[in-house]
Every structure is written in C-alpha cells, then in structure tokens.
Design a protein around this ligand. Structure first.
Ligand code: CMC
Length: 381
C-alpha cells in the first residue's frame, strides 16, 4: 500500500512474526543456531562464570563491570531494597488469594508514588529507577508470599546477593551455597531475550516517554500470560497431573489428539534447542537427584523425546525451570514472578536504550472492516 495515502506500507504476518521493530545492542537470539547473547557475550559463558549482579551491569552499561563498579552496583542495590512503608502497608491489604503476578504488578505501579525521581528520564535518573526496581522486585514477591501465608515479611539482608536474599526472604533461611548458585544462574538465564512480548511492551510504553514504573508495570502484565512467562507454572502443573513417568506417553498422545498446546514447547524464534534449557535441564536433574525425586526430570525427558518425534518441537526456557524451582520448595505461582525478578534487568536495559534514542512506536493496522456505513438513528435500528 501507498505510504503517501497514509496507509500501511507493508503488511506483516500475524503476531508481527519476523518483523524487526527496533535496533538494540542489549541481546540477540539466533534462533537457527540456538545462540543467545547479552551485549555480545554468550549466555553459556555468563552462566558458567558470571553472577546476576554482573549481568545486570552488563545489560545496563554494555560491558562487564570492573571490581569497583560491581561493588558499587551491589552497594546501590542493597541500599535500595527496602520498600516504602506505604507500599508494605498497601500490600497487607492485598487479598491473600490474589495472583502473585497481579500483586507484583500493583505493587510496582504503587512504588512510583513514593519515588520523587520517577519522572526523571535522563540516563542518570532512569538508572536510579532501574536500580530501585531491580532491588525491590524480589522484596515485593517475597513480601507477598509471606503475607498471604499469614507470616511477617523477612527483612532483606544487604550482605546477600539478589539470588540468596530472595530465597532467604521466602523461607527465613539462607539457602545452601549450591542452591543459591543454581538460582543465581537461573536469574542470569532469564535476564534478557531481545524483543520478547513483555520487553516490546515496555519499549512501547517507554516510547511515549512515560515513566519507567509504568513501562515495567505493563511488562509485568504481558509476562503474566500463559503464552509468555506464565508457561513455567503450567509446565509444573502438567507434571503434577501426569504424576509418573509411565503415564507420560499416554498423556501426551491424548493432549496432541485434542490439539492442546503443550506448555514449555515451541518458540517464535528458536527453531532448535533453546540454549537456556541446556542449563535448566541440568539443574532440574541435579536437584531431583539430590532430593531423591527424579520422576519430574524423567517425565520431562520422555515428553521431550515424544514431542520431537511427533511435532519436531523443542523445549523452551519455561520447560525445565518450573521443576527446578519446585524442587527448591518454591510455590508454583511464584515461578512467573521469579521470571520478572530476573527480567527486570532486561526490561530496564531496553527502557534505558529506548529513552536514549527515542521515537514514538506507532505502527499501523490494515483496516479490514467496512467503509461508508450510513448512520442509522437508534429509533430506526
Ligand atoms: N504444543 C503443541 N503444538 C505447538 C506448540 C505446543 N507447545 N507450540 C507450537 N505448536 C504448533 C502449533 O499448533 C502450530 O501448528 P500448526 O502449524 O499445525 O497449526 C505450530 O506449532 C506453530 O505454532 P504457533 O502457535 O503458530 O507459534 P507461535 O510462534 O505463534 O507461538 C508459542 C509460540 C511459544 C506461543 C507457542 O509455541 C506456544 O504456545 N507454546 C506453549 C506456551 C509456552 O511454552 N510459552 C513459553 C514461550 S518461551 C518463554 C517466554 O516467552 O516466556
């Protein structure tokens, strides 16, 4: 169609498939070769050697930090963990039966009231907000978990990293070194994934020059859906429903026959194995073996073989993460909020990038409705 006529220049596939909608140096997904990079660094190298805090710095600044810079970021994060008293009070009034993603979305939105710098979109101002959000999201999730169970929130500890602190705030106990490291790597693996639905949402909101709290609130809503971050919880529900490895095949055949989407499989971009699932599979097996509970990984592996044979589909990031979190004793409905606790780093990285080089994101729709419809007065309809 002709742009001069004010009509869309090109029609895209449903769901914007294949559309390049922004330039970004934050992360890249090579879906053919199964490669994921953050600011040029391979996810496998980061999972092997890095920490979540170091990854946060990388996503925001485009390079790994020096020792003093990393210490500085850690100190900033620790100094910003405390929730404003008003938000803690507000959270006490959330219904205990609320979805944790709804609680997170509402609390993050409310955090803006108590941040006088929320509308400072300069690089320094936005970095300050990004630091507050990254420090506070884990505290919000853990606070909600405690309150809904009738328990007092556990104070965040400034001496712990984000991964250990979160697990500590959930249970009141410091995790073992190994579990803390596994969780830290899970946070690294979920930190960014290019223009996924929630990140795109955050950039669209930031592109109007709305504040970062608004952009992150919208991103949380987008992440909550079962086709995006909500899949990890549903994978674990599926495993619990299947129960035993011997039942996996019959369950899957029935699901495919009734044209059900099997959670944790398929991806818009990856046409091969998602590199993150390699790590999560390893963790799921390791934690299962450590707890003498290997049936989840056995079911997962059986389903994986069958799905490949039947549909040529590979597992995505949500396939193994749920069972790993479950084996850490984390409630199912916190899996998606944990995704947000990590992805806040990528969202804020993208929002910083959007603010730095902004143009309003405003695509066109191809109008497929009627034209020239006469207005009929209500008495004559
Ligand atoms: N189970 C069964 N069939 C599937 C699945 C699945 N999980 N995923 C894709 N297919 C089939 C689909 O039915 C379609 O077949 P056909 O061409 O015969 O109609 C074909 O594969 C293409 O699927 P699509 O739904 O058009 O692909 P999409 O790019 O629009 O959707 C997806 C990608 C991830 C939403 C989809 O694969 C899905 O719904 N998966 C299950 C939910 C899930 O695991 N989501 C997590 C995504 S990764 C992490 C994240 O983003 O948070």
């Amino acid at each position: 169609m002709d742009k001069a006529e004010g009509k869309p220049a090109a029609k895209t596939g449903a769901g914007l498939e294949g559309v390049v909608a922004a330039e970004s140096s934050i992360g890249d997904v090579d879906g053919v070769n199964g490669v994921l990079i953050y600011q040029g660094l391979d996810i496998h190298d980061l999972a092997e050697h890095s920490t979540f805090e170091e990854t946060v710095f990388l996503l925001w600044h485009g390079r790994l930090p020096g020792r003093a810079e990393l210490d500085g970021l850690r100190a900033e994060l620790a100094a910003n963990q405390q929730l404003p008293a008003e938000v803690s009070e507000l959270m006490r009034r959330f219904p205990a039966g609320a979805e944790p993603m709804d609680a997170l979305r509402t609390a993050v939105s409310a955090l803006a009231f108590y941040d006088a710098g929320s509308r400072d979109l300069s690089r320094e101002g936005a970095l300050r907000t990004a630091t507050k959000l990254t420090a506070r999201l884990p505290v919000v999730v853990a606070t909600f978990e405690r309150l809904r169970n009738g328990k007092e929130p556990v104070e965040p500890r400034p001496d712990l990293n984000i991964a250990s602190n979160f697990l500590h705030m959930l249970s009141g106990e410091e995790p073992s070194e190994r579990v803390a490291r596994i969780f830290d790597v899970c946070l690294i693996l979920h930190a960014d994934h290019e223009l996924n639905a929630s990140t795109f949402t955050s950039r669209v909101i930031a592109g109007t020059l709305a504040d970062m709290y608004g952009a992150v609130t919208g991103a949380i809503a987008a992440l909550s859906g079962p086709l995006h971050g909500g899949a990890n919880t549903n994978v674990m529900k599926m495993l619990l429903e299947i129960g035993e490895p011997e039942r996996a095949e019959a369950w899957l055949r029935e699901a495919l026959a009734s044209k059900k989407k099997v959670m944790g499989f398929g991806h818009r971009v990856y046409k091969t194995e998602d590199p993150r699932s390699v790590w999560l599979r390893k963790f799921s097996r390791e934690l299962g073996e450590a707890r003498g509970e290997t049936r989840w990984i056995e079911i997962l592996e059986r389903l994986r073989e069958l799905m490949f044979a039947e549909k040529k589909l590979y597992p995505n990031v949500d396939y193994y993460s749920g069972s790993a979190y479950y084996l850490m004793g984390i409630p199912l409905d916190l899996f998606t909020p944990i995704f947000a606790v990590s992805r806040i780093s990528g969202w804020t990285g993208h929002i910083l990038e959007q603010y730095a080089n902004n143009r309003l994101i405003r695509p066109r729709a191809e109008y497929v409705g009627p034209r020239g419809v006469p207005y009929v007065p209500i008495e004559e309809r």
